[in-house]
Design a protein around this ligand. Structure first.
Ligand code: HEM
Length: 507
């Protein structure tokens, strides 16, 4: 692709994003090229590492076109449903599951499979690698958020999060979460109506996370916050071009507004938390404020703010994506729906009228969890992760130079028949306990929640909110039929169904 077409593409992307102003679009392209040229010189400096390494053997692969590398091919694969196409083409071309490339201005190595995941976990534990989210993402989340911090600070944050997001803490909020879920289903799902599943689950995932964390349930405050969150989420997945009208600029504004809201909630809770210290508070934010690590240290104000924002961002689209595809699989597999009905009617029959949900109910929804796990195997909401080498390291006979990125994807293990028989088949029984014990899931072959020291801290929360949604849908006896049966999967900015999964609800 020549430089002119790249420029046109950038202008088109930018114009599609938000600008209809030709002058601004041209300005954007010029700025983009200036930035790229500066970045290219920095990137070249990193790649000098290669030249000094006379005897080192880099993995096979192509570094693509100038500073652009293979970014456009990668983005095109994402647009077609995920990174799999990009990975498969290169794996076949270079006859190697590990290959070098250049993405988003960085020389990178792509690895795949459970062994590669183990190599990444060990490397991170030995501090030869570290988690490496793009800096514009961290700019939006905050530099004190868990993905941005390392070492002792990160360990402290994770200890505190374990206490606040584990089953013990969730037991205190699950009853309220159940009531909220029931209300959501009653409001959104009505017999004979057409709704968008994507809109429903996004609204649900946001409301449940925001209410349980911050205790804010009132309208219109909640809907306004959801609007801000969508802007932030779009900025996280777009081009980091900070110009008036751009997605990124809107995301920064949304971040600032959300921060103000979170700061004010923290101040209110700090006052009331001091009053109830010693008692057990229901809100997760109050628990975060009161929590201490093993040395008795609390989170600072900046940490509280960035951690809270991260929790909502991390749990929002991921849970919505999981529910979207779970509902799609349930619709397409009547036998799966039948087993869900049995499970949820069984759980409901054990409860007295008006009794709230408990954490034990969630863990008893075993088949539901198997359905959700199988959904995340086939449609992992997070596509992959990025690490950065802190020194030259060896893998599979190759050298990966210091400062390079290493990229892994979930799909590369989840859809590999070495780990999952008949991998493209939706089969929740893979995750039912008896079967799992028999077949022995290979360690690090199932990684929807990431790997290593930065793996997800919200697994129990995600399990709670997604299981409750399915519970109330099934108990309301709803059935649904897609109005777009051949709807495509889209991947930018988040994995979802391209037309929002429109359905007709029936009972
Ligand atoms: C189905 C739902 C979810 C999926 C698939 C998911 C997946 C992931 C993945 C893959 C990562 C690791 C990213 C990396 O490699 O750096 C991650 C990190 C994280 N997730 Fe989740 N997540 C989900 C829900 C949640 C929820 C509900 C919360 C909180 C309430 C949450 C909180 C976090 C946090 C705090 C991190 C950062 C951990 C760290 O950097 O130490 N996640 N998640």
């Amino acid at each position: 692709m020549d430089v002119a077409s790249v420029g046109t593409l950038v202008a088109l992307v930018y114009a599609r994003v938000d600008l209809f102003n030709a002058a601004a679009a041209i300005g954007c392209v010029v700025t983009f090229f200036i930035l790229m040229t500066v970045a290219a010189s920095l990137t070249r400096r990193t790649s000098l590492n290669i030249q000094g390494m006379q005897h080192a053997q880099l993995p096979p692969g192509s570094m693509g076109l100038l500073w652009l590398g293979e970014t456009l091919q990668f983005l095109s694969s994402l647009r077609q449903g995920g990174p799999t196409k990009f990975m498969r083409e290169r794996t076949l071309k270079f006859r190697s599951p590990i290959f070098k490339t250049s993405l988003f201005l960085h020389p990178a190595v792509v690895v795949q499979g459970a062994d590669a995941n183990r190599f990444l976990v060990n490397g991170e534990n030995r501090q030869e690698l570290r988690n490496s989210w793009p800096s514009f993402t961290l700019e939006l989340l905050g530099w004190n958020a868990p993905p941005a911090v390392h070492g002792a600070q990160h360990k402290r944050q994770r200890q505190i999060l374990s206490g606040c997001l584990g089953p013990g803490a969730l037991q205190r909020v699950v009853g309220r979460a159940g009531t909220m879920t029931q209300k959501h289903v009653e409001a959104w799902w009505k017999d004979g109506e057409r709704i968008s599943v994507v809109k429903s689950v996004r609204n649900y995932a946001f409301h449940v996370a925001f209410s349980l964390l911050l205790g804010i349930e009132e309208e219109p405050a909640l809907s306004e916050m959801e609007r801000q969150f969508r802007s932030l989420a779009e900025g996280l997945a777009g081009l980091p071009i900070n110009l008036p009208g751009s997605r990124f600029r809107k995301a920064i504004r949304a971040r600032d507004q959300l921060r103000r809201q979170i700061d004010s909630a923290i101040r209110q809770r700090q006052n009331s938390a001091a009053a109830v210290d010693g008692e057990v508070s229901e809100e997760l934010l109050s628990q975060l404020i009161l929590a201490r690590d093993e040395n008795g240290c609390a989170l600072s104000l900046e940490e509280l703010r960035d951690v809270t924002l991260t929790l909502i961002v991390a749990g929002y689209d991921t849970a919505a994506t999981t529910l979207t595809f779970a509902l799609k699989f349930i619709e397409e597999n009547p036998s799966c729906r039948y087993r869900l009905v049995q499970e949820h009617e069984g759980i409901a029959s054990q409860k007295s009228a008006g009794e709230r949900m408990s954490w034990a109910d969630i863990t008893n929804m075993r088949y539901t969890w198997a359905v959700l796990q199988e959904t995340m195997r086939l449609r992992a909401p997070a596509l992959g992760g990025v690490k950065e080498t802190l020194k030259d390291i060896q893998y599979n006979g190759y050298t990966i130079p210091r400062g390079w990125k290493i990229f892994y994807t979930m799909a590369a293990t989840h859809q590999n028949d070495e780990y999952f028989k008949n991998p493209s088949k939706f089969d929740p029984s893979r995750f039912e306990i008896g079967k799992l014990q028999k077949e022995r899931l290979q360690p690090l072959s199932y990684v929807p929640f990431g790997i290593g020291p930065h793996a997800c801290k919200g697994i129990d929360f995600a399990r709670m909110s997604t299981s409750l949604y399915i519970h109330h849908l099934i108990m309301a006896k709803h059935k649904w039929t897609s109005l777009e049966p051949n709807e495509k999967i889209s991947c930018l900015p988040m994995l979802t169904l391209a037309k929002g999964y429109p359905i007709l609800v029936s009972s």
